[in-house]
Design a protein around this ligand. Structure first.
Ligand SMILES: NC(=O)c1ccc[n+]([C@@H]2O[C@H](COP(=O)([O-])OP(=O)(O)OC[C@H]3O[C@@H](n4cnc5c(N)ncnc54)[C@H](OP(=O)(O)O)[C@@H]3O)[C@@H](O)[C@H]2O)c1
Length: 240
C-alpha cells in the first residue's frame, strides 16, 4: 500500500511504540489520529508529532475498553480525515502477578484493554474499510503471546488470545482486500508496565522505532502478499 494520504488510527499513540508508529506513518505522508486516555499527553504528543512529517496529525481521547468511546473515535476520524484505511491496535497494558494474587480488577484491565479493546476497534473499523474497498489492520501482539511465564497469566492470555483473534479476522476479511497482521515484538525499551525508559543498560532492547519500521514494512508490502504474522526480537539479549 502506498501510504501517502492514507488515514490511520494509532491507539496508544501518545508514547512508546505507538508514538513511534505515528511518527513513521507521518513521515510516509499518511494522516494520523492518535488516541489514548489522557488529554494532556494527547495534546503534547500531537504538538510534538506535528513537525514529524508531511502528513497531518490529530488526537482524541479514547479508552479502548469502552465501546461508546471507540465509536466517538471512529466518528472523529471520519469527520477529520473522511474515512479510515489503517488501524494500528497498539494500546496495551501489562499487570503482572501470580494468579492467586492477581485481583479481578487487574485481570479485567488487561483483558479488556489488550483483547476486548481490539475487538471494539475492529468491529467498527471493518465496515468503514469495506466501504473504501480495503484497508490494513496491524495488531501489536507480543512474543508473550507465544511464550508464557510465571506471573504473566493475564498478559499471556491477552496476547495468546490476540494471535487467534487476528488470524480469524484475517481469514474473514482477506477477500474484502482488508489485510490483517499480528506483529509480535520482544522486549522494547519503553515505559510499559510502569517501567522507565532505560539508558545504556537497556541498549540490548528493541527501540520503539525498530517496531515502527516493521509496521511500515508490513503496510508497504505488495497487495499480492500479506504478512499475517511477524516476530521481531532483540538480536542479542543478555544470556541467561
Ligand atoms: N514494551 C515492550 O517490551 C513490549 C513488548 C511487546 C509488545 N508490547 C506491546 O506494545 C504495545 C505498546 O506498548 P508500549 O511498550 O509502547 O507501552 P507504553 O509506553 O506503556 O504505552 C502504552 C500506550 O497505550 C495507551 N493506553 C493504555 N491503556 C489504554 C486504553 N485503555 N485505551 C487507550 N489507550 C490506552 C497509553 O496511554 P494512556 O495511559 O494515556 O491511555 C500509551 O499511549 C502494547 O500493546 C504492548 O503490549 C510491548
Amino acid at each position: 500500500m502506498n501510504l501517502k494520504s492514507r488515514v490511520a488510527i494509532v491507539t496508544g499513540g501518545t508514547r512508546g511504540i505507538g508514538r513511534a508508529i505515528a511518527q513513521a506513518l507521518l513521515r510516509q505522508e499518511a494522516n494520523v489520529v492518535i488516541a489514548a486516555r489522557h488529554d494532556q499527553e494527547i495534546a503534547q504528543a500531537v504538538d510534538a508529532l506535528k513537525s514529524a512529517g508531511l502528513g497531518q496529525v490529530a488526537g482524541t481521547p479514547c479508552d479502548v475498553r469502552k465501546f461508546s468511546e471507540v465509536l466517538l473515535l471512529m466518528e472523529f476520524t471520519q469527520q477529520r480525515f473522511g474515512g479510515l484505511d489503517i488501524l494500528i491496535n497498539n494500546a496495551g497494558v501489562g499487570l503482572f502477578a501470580p494468579v492467586a494474587e492477581l485481583t479481578p480488577e487487574a485481570w479485567g484491565q488487561v483483558i479488556d484493554t489488550n483483547l476486548t479493546g481490539v475487538y471494539n476497534t475492529c468491529h467498527l473499523a471493518i465496515p468503514c474499510m469495506r466501504r473504501r474497498s480495503g484497508g490494513h489492520i496491524v495488531n501489536i501482539g507480543s512474543l508473550a503471546g507465544k511464550n508464557a511465564f510465571a506471573g504473566g497469566a493475564a498478559y499471556n492470555a491477552s496476547k495468546f488470545g490476540l494471535i487467534g483473534f487476528s488470524e480469524a479476522l484475517m481469514l474473514e476479511n482477506r477477500y474484502y482486500d482488508i489485510r490483517v497482521t499480528c506483529l509480535m515484538p520482544g522486549s522494547v525499551n519503553t515505559e510499559f508496565g510502569g517501567d522507565s525508559v532505560g539508558g545504556a543498560e537497556k541498549s540490548w532492547q528493541l527501540t520503539p522505532e525498530d517496531v515502527a519500521q516493521s509496521v511500515i514494512h508490513v503496510l508497504s508490502s505488495d497487495s499480492r502478499a500479506m504478512i499475517s504474522q511477524l516476530e521481531i526480537r532483540p538480536a542479542k539479549p543478555p544470556k541467561k
